[in-house]
Design a protein around this ligand. Structure first.
Ligand code: AMP
Ligand code: TRP
Length: 335
């Protein structure tokens, strides 16, 4: 397929420390397989991360670790564009223009904003509220067709679509209106301690989340401690949120279907099942961890990926931004 006919894919994760199994199964794992059919652009969204206070040294470390993780998870810098959000200034610039067509009411209603405001009551800053507009800017700058994300981002994606349509109708067609790509399985991995809430990076209970940097023993221990449902049957169902979550994790990491897994563990009890889930997760994350560590030692390579990625991203982004500024009525800079 020539590049013109290919769809454009854009997605990103924040470099805020612990990357969870939810981030992996709900998002990053799905990115690599899109590389051959689509023009893929994957971003480390560092501008977003400072909406919650960060320690500068940690932010630097987490950013490079996340970049290495993307590559270790099968994203090939020869096929996809990989870059850091703050390297392409057009993200913040388009966000400003989009801010002026976003309503306080629609941002105030966002579930993630309300949740984060509750969690960080001492720091409900403008960036936190404004953030979905920045995310819309990320997506719209690249004329993105598809956005592979977990379920929790659907509301933000809806805003990006609304802003694209609003701008297009106020001026003239400028932005592609993006579609979400939310996979049936894995788009909402739950906490191991409370299967009614999502597995979240910021969970204060370390036993509730599996991170991609956990070692094998930690993973075994966390699954052993995972809460289960009242009966002892390994079965998928709405009435069994804890076991359904574990079955989803098992299926996505082992490659076995949920139906086959139900049969395999019929009558075996939760102990045996949880052990198998842990081993499947370990077998998935260990090679990723090794590759990530190898990449992190090769700073020159990672920097070359970043340079190339930012150059490619900026070329596309500056074209879109120039178009937007022209339509708004700004005078182009004389060069
Ligand atoms: P974030 O951690 O907020 O930067 O999320 C990055 C990506 O991971 C987004 O596409 C989220 O939808 C996805 N994600 C985060 N948590 C989960 C989860 N528990 N299950 C599935 N996907 C998730
Ligand atoms: N908002 C996402 C999150 O917090 C991360 C993100 C930022 C993103 N920009 C994006 C995801 C653009 C998809 C497309 O999880």
């Amino acid at each position: 397929m020539n590049n013109e006919a290919k769809k454009t894919v854009f997605s990103g994760v924040q470099p805020t420390g612990k990357i969870t199994l939810g981030n992996y199964l709900g998002a990053i794992k799905n990115w690599g397989p899109l590389q051959d059919e689509c023009n893929c652009i994957y971003c480390v969204v560092d501008l977003r991360s400072i909406t919650v206070a960060q320690v500068p040294a940690d932010l630097r470390k987490n950013t490079m670790e996340l970049l290495a993780l993307y590559i270790a998870c099968g994203i090939d810098p020869q096929k996809s564009t990989l870059f850091i959000q703050s390297h392409v200034p057009q993200h913040a610039e388009l966000a400003w223009a989009l801010d002026t067509i976003s309503y306080i009411g629609e941002l105030n209603r966002m579930t993630q904003f309300k949740e984060k405001s509750r969690k960080h009551a001492e720091n409900i800053n403008m960036g936190l509220m404004n953030y979905p507009v920045l995310m819309a800017s990320d997506i719209l700058l690249y004329q993105t067709d598809l956005v592979p994300v977990g379920k929790d981002q659907i509301q933000h994606l809806e805003l990006a679509r609304n802003l694209a349509e609003r701008f297009n109708s106020r001026y003239s067609p400028t932005f592609v209106v993006p579609e979400g790509l939310v996979y049936k399985q894995g788009s909402s991995i739950k906490s191991l301690q409370d299967p009614t809430s999502k597995m979240s990076k910021s969970d204060p209970n370390d036993n509730a989340i599996i991170t991609l940097s956990d070692d094998a023993d930690t993973i075994r221990r966390k699954f052993r401690r995972a809460v289960t449902d009242s009966d002892t049957c390994v079965r998928f169902g709405e009435d069994k949120p804890a076991i359904s979550n574990l079955l989803t994790i098992y299926s996505l990491t082992s490659g076995e279907s949920i139906a086959d897994a139900e049969q395999r563990f019929a009558g075996k009890g939760y102990g045996v099942f949880k052990e198998a889930v842990a081993e499947a997760v370990i077998a998935t994350v260990e090679p990723i961890q090794q590759e990530q560590q190898r990449l992190l030692k090769d700073k020159a390579y990672l920097e070359s990926v970043l340079k190339q990625g930012a150059d490619t991203a900026e070329r596309i982004a500056s074209k879109t931004l120039a178009k937007v500024y022209r339509k708004i009525g700004f005078i182009p800079r004389v060069r």
